[in-house]
Design a binder for this molecule. Structure first.
Ligand code: HEC
Length: 121
């Protein structure tokens, strides 16, 4: 009996951790679509700003990066709730943004990439 109980315990508490780990690995793959324009190294800007620490970072806050007026005017921070619609359709979420990216149509791709971006701290 105790063995079964600890198995059930493992199933409940380990499974969500595995799901997150899977998301992070998937997210790293999805990030290939962003790599031409974004680095994950702090302070390394390409066509787009460095995405190091992007989750919960204030919008348009990378020193020395030339953001669009639209992005500078957006305000707030890149919470998961703000990142999701932006990654789905950048031009619709922030009209006038300079980010030329068609968006990630699949919700699971967006969830995975946000999980990956959250590890960059
Ligand atoms: C073709 C180049 C390009 C691609 C591809 C691209 N981006 Fe961007 N990204 C930009 C540019 C340029 C900006 C600055 C936008 C502005 O100032 O309006 C930006 C801005 C951002 C911001 C806001 C940063 C801040 O400091 O406020 C986030 C978040 C972001 N991109 C995430 C992503 C993710 C995630 C992907 C891949 C799914 C991606 N981008 C793909 C060019 C790109």
């Amino acid at each position: 009996m105790p063995a079964i109980r600890s198995l059930a315990f493992a199933a409940v508490f380990v499974a969500p951790t595995l799901a997150v780990a899977q998301d992070v690995t998937d997210g790293e793959k999805v990030f290939k679509k962003c790599m031409s324009c974004h680095s994950v190294k702090a302070g390394e800007n390409k066509v787009g700003p460095s995405l190091f620490g992007i989750v919960d970072r204030p919008v348009a806050s990378v020193e020395g990066f030339k953001y669009s007026e639209a992005m500078k005017a957006k305000g707030g921070a890149w919470t998961e709730a703000e990142l999701d619609p932006y990654l789905l359709n950048p031009k619709q979420a922030v009209p006038g943004t300079h980010m030329s990216f068609m968006g990630l149509k699949k919700a699971e791709d967006r969830a995975a990439i946000i999980a990956y971006l959250a590890t960059l701290k």
